[in-house]
Design a protein around this ligand. Structure first.
Ligand code: AMP
Length: 191
């Protein structure tokens, strides 16, 4: 089963993806994590990515599509994947659809974890007090930019998935285990 978790930065997609990976054995694919490991390795791509990520902007669509296609072809993805942070633009969503079709793979559910902007700001302020900035793009200024990018470039993929009848919207302001339970219920209905 292949699933997309969609939602603004800080909605809890990564947390839910990790729980679902443990529960169901689908592989969490976080394009943000892949880029952060490029940054940590000091590669040329990593250096370019760091500048873009710190600005809260998006990496080029073709590059992200190639990264995901390459990763999904690995054997540990055979049972299915949870896409976390991808697709982030309409061209990425269209490219993913073509890629899945080409490989005879399905897209089973797109789950939008909905959290209002003011709640995301509350969350980031709490995190800043607790962690002291483990991620260089995890601060109020960058969140503002990341949210603007989300509303402009990522939110348009929501009607796209609504049209193809794959979209499920859930309330991401609730407790982590309640959100997990709702996602699990949606996945059970697809099986
Ligand atoms: P994330 O951890 O998913 O919030 O991603 C962190 C940053 O990595 C984003 O703010 C973007 O700069 C970049 N990024 C991650 N995924 C994508 C994607 N699918 N397309 C473009 N840029 C991405």
């Amino acid at each position: 089963m292949n699933i997309i978790l969609l939602g603004p930065p800080g909605a809890g997609k990564g947390t839910q993806a990790k729980i679902l990976e443990d529960m169901r054995g689908y592989k969490q694919l976080s394009t943000g994590d892949m880029l952060r490991s490029e940054v940590a390795s000091g590669s040329k791509l990593g250096q370019e990515a760091k500048a873009i990520m710190d600005e809260g902007k998006l990496m080029p669509d073709a590059l992200m599509l190639e990264m995901i296609a390459h990763r999904m072809a690995q054997p540990d993805c055979a049972k299915g994947v949870i896409l976390d942070g991808f697709p982030r633009t309409v061209p990425q969503a269209e490219g993913l659809a073509q890629m899945l079709q080409h490989h005879n793979m399905s897209l089973d559910a797109v789950i939008e974890v909905r959290v209002p902007d003011d709640e995301l700001f509350n969350r980031i302020e709490t995190r800043a007090k607790e962690s002291g900035g483990a991620r260089s793009d995890d601060n109020v200024e960058t969140l503002k930019k990341r949210l603007a990018v989300y509303h402009e470039q990522t939110a348009p993929i929501i009607p796209y998935y609504e049209r193809v009848r794959k979209l499920h919207v859930i309330d991401g302001t609730r407790a982590i285990d309640e959100v997990t339970e709702e996602i699990a219920g949606i996945l059970d209905k697809q099986a």
